[in-house]
Design a protein around this ligand. Structure first.
Ligand code: FE2
Ligand code: FE2
Length: 427
């Protein structure tokens, strides 16, 4: 996955604590979106819309032919949009390098204050923390969110290719699209690493490597994940057949939906340094396309591909569990803040008991907040999840297993709370 999943909502939103200068109005406007739409928009769904129009304009002889044609148009247009965006803005990596040179970088918050699921602001220590300490917490929150996003993208870079390998002889445009999306994810990771390295130098200078949260899916160990990605991709393809791309893109889509509202919020957060906003703005344009791709491939892979899955509910359930590990969303956040509190010199004035108490507070707040969607996720995430689950090409039985498994886990249940499997599926 990809993202901070859910959170909740209880309690007041934090008020900005950052330095007041320079005034937001003094900031230059963001450059226009490369495809000429308003700054914060859904421009990248245009390819999806165009593909649908083509499919509707000339009905194909059968459902599979129609799906092939629609996917072909969509895949080629999505690659074209990506190339145009990169031609206009350059790589996200270069944007990030420039962003981190800004003079006001450390004087402003990077993310809205309500992103902190652990609600450090509700702990007594917050009251005596200095402005610098509060700002550091906010900057490190960016690090937490983007390491969770980045961990998911590390998996995706490899698994994208495996998930569409069956398309090679059927519709090469889909393979080309996934190569392009993996190229983008590599660029995203390079950009996030710039920010994480800046955080290390400023707040964790004694660490040899940047601080990453553990992966939100797969194994906890990054080494194991690195070593196993290819094998998992090959085995999943053999065992799950066309249910593999369907489940993979269903999951990839839902995890992308999770962070999208947060990224939208950073992009339009006027308190933040302009470059930090620009990273999120450009990343979300790519991720809008990735969301549309996920929806398409989750919906149509079982129609288009002729690989017959091995029918095994247990196998399918195991694959769902691996994608949505129980309790990981709490552990990776608590582990991250534990490392911060014990290693960052800026918090060295706290006693050991105070740090332990704050960590306990973070654990219980995070767990409680993950039981519901964050208010920022109440629309986009909820509706996009509903759409992709209801439209995906899993059989009704497997779709019900998928939804039931997520609903059984209190930390994942809210992700599918709007799903209605009795609703008429999209065709
Ligand atoms: Fe990305
Ligand atoms: Fe992505």
């Amino acid at each position: 996955m990809i993202a901070p999943s859910s959170s909740s909502s209880a309690g007041p939103v934090l008020s900005p604590q950052a330095s007041a200068e320079p005034a937001p109005s003094a900031l230059p406007p963001l450059p226009p979106d490369p495809v000429g739409k308003p700054r914060f928009d859904r421009s990248d769904f245009r390819a999806e819309k165009a593909a649908r129009e083509v499919a509707q304009a000339a009905p194909a002889p059968d459902k599979r032919q129609a799906a092939l044609r629609e996917l072909d148009v969509y895949a080629k247009m999505a690659v074209e949009h990506s190339e145009r965006q990169y031609a206009t803005h350059g790589t996200l990596h270069d944007v990030a390098k420039r962003a981190l040179d800004a003079r006001d970088l450390w004087e402003r918050p990077w993310v809205p204050w309500d992103f902190d699921l652990g609600r450090a602001d509700l702990h007594p220590v917050w009251q005596r923390w200095t402005q610098r300490q509060r700002l550091a917490w906010n900057h490190l929150q960016w690090g937490l969110d983007y390491t969770i996003v980045g961990r998911g993208e590390q998996q995706i870079i490899v698994l994208n290719g495996h998930a569409v390998s069956s398309y090679e002889s059927v519709l090469p445009a889909v393979v080309d699209l996934e190569k392009r999306e993996s190229f983008e994810e590599i660029d995203h990771l390079d950009a996030f690493r710039e920010g994480l390295e800046a955080l290390r130098l400023r707040y964790l200078p004694h660490r040899r490597k940047v601080l990453w949260a553990t992966s939100p899916s797969g194994f906890q160990s990054d080494t194991l994940n690195r070593l196993s990605r290819d094998v998992i991709g090959q085995v999943a393809k053999r065992l799950l057949g066309s249910n593999f791309p369907t489940l993979f893109f269903l999951t990839r889509g839902m995890k992308t939906h999770n962070f999208k509202p947060f990224e939208n919020a950073i992009a339009s957060y006027e308190e933040a340094p302009m470059g930090i906003r620009q990273i999120s703005h450009l990343h979300r344009l790519d991720e809008s396309r990735h969301m549309a791709t996920s929806l398409y491939l989750a919906k149509l892979s079982n129609v288009v591909l002729e690989t017959v899955p091995v029918e095994s509910r247990a196998l399918f359930a195991a694959a769902v569990h691996a994608s949505w590990p129980v309790q990981r969303q709490v552990e990776n956040r608590v582990g991250y803040w534990k490392a911060v509190l014990h290693e960052a010199p800026i918090y060295s004035d706290m006693s050991r008991a105070e740090k332990a108490d704050l960590l306990q507070h973070i654990r219980s707040q995070t767990e409680a907040n993950l039981h519901a969607l964050h208010p920022r996720q109440a629309q986009l995430t909820r509706q996009a999840n509903k759409r992709i689950v209801e439209a995906c090409g899993l059989s009704p039985e497997y779709k019900a297993i998928f939804v039931d498994l997520l609903r059984k886990d209190p930390l994942h249940a809210s992700l599918v709370d709007a799903v209605d499997l009795d609703a008429t599926p999209e065709t």
